[in-house]
Design a protein around this ligand. Structure first.
Ligand code: PHE
Ligand code: FE
Length: 290
């Protein structure tokens, strides 16, 4: 990750907390066009796959296909709902900066948008992933509290426990790649899934990945892959349940995690609660349910 000094070359006004002005007026038609293309692709496939909280968040925040959102205006709406704001950063920020933003109900979003030649894969999160993927869930009161608690916990994990590796897995398997049980089957809430067309379909419908009932210690022992679709997803029962499972002191757990096994992304344990596919599971089978 580039240092503040290095970033200052392209972003002379960058602040100590890595925030910059969005300069919304500088996005050109091609940039807005990429947002629109990506938005419309996802809007077509997410009903019935993304959870209600996500879809309701999009609607409540008036996030639309027309153009890259102006993050000040978006933040004014979001702040009224849950007290969160979205701030602009050049790209990834250092861990302690990231945690400090979350702990203060500020979500850092990258300023740039991917090129039209890279609709399906980017190496660093752009504004489509950060805003379309993450911000709708921040309009959900319990999820909003979870994200703030994560920021506070991140600071403790970093400075007191040296347990960032374990805590980062929790973020990965919930905030980025989480699934939730819904009345009609498994639904997506993870931003990394919801901002990807192919993974949105794969995560809900493919028979390939494991879908494992959420268990905090199990998740914190599980490595993840960043270069391909996930081999395992963890399924929460509800956002209340996720919050109840994590809003407790992790000190004893961090100690316990210093010993014992680490699991590979694709491992299945005898103790795992495995889910079968959601609403679309029976398509082609004898119980055509959709
Ligand atoms: N409970 C965690 C701790 O004691 C903090 C945390 C809360 C982390 C919610 C993630 C989500 O450090
Ligand atoms: Fe993300």
């Amino acid at each position: 990750m580039p240092s503040l000094e290095a970033l200052r070359i392209r972003h002379p006004e960058i602040r100590a907390d890595y925030t910059i002005r969005q300069h919304w007026e500088r996005y050109d038609a091609a940039a807005h066009g990429v947002w629109k293309t990506l938005y419309e692709r996802q809007a077509k496939i997410l009903p019935g796959r993304a959870c209600d909280a996500f879809l309701e968040g999009l609607a409540k925040l008036n996030l639309v296909a027309d153009a890259i959102p102006d993050l000040e205006r978006l933040s004014d709406g979001l702040e009224k709902l849950t007290g969160w704001r979205v701030v602009t950063v050049p790209s990834l920020v250092p861990d302690e900066t990231f945690f400090d933003h979350l702990a203060n109900r500020r979500f850092p979003a990258g300023q740039f948008i991917r090129d039209a030649s890279q609709l399906d894969y980017i190496e660093e999160p752009d504004i489509f992933h950060d805003v379309f993927g993450h911000v709708p869930m921040l309009a959900h009161p319990v999820f909003a509290d979870y994200m703030q608690a994560y920021g506070k916990g991140g600071m403790r994990a970093l400075t007191e426990f040296h347990a960032l590796k374990n805590l980062a897995r929790l973020y990965w398997y919930t905030v980025e790649f989480g699934l939730v049980e819904g009345p009609e089957g498994l639904r997506i809430y993870g931003s990394g899934i919801v901002s990807s067309r192919a993974e949105s379909i794969y995560a809900v419908e493919s028979s390939s990945p494991n879908r494992i009932g959420f268990d905090l210690e199990r998740v914190m022992r599980t490595e993840y892959r960043i270069d391909d679709f996930q081999e395992s997803y963890f399924v929460i029962r509800s956002f209340d349940d996720l919050f109840a499972e994590t809003y407790k002191d992790f000190a004893a757990l961090y100690t316990k995690l210093q010993a014992g096994p680490t699991y590979k992304p694709g491992d299945i344990l005898a103790t795992d609660r495995l889910h079968h596919r959601g609403t679309h599971a029976y398509v082609g089978g004898s119980h055509a349910a959709v």
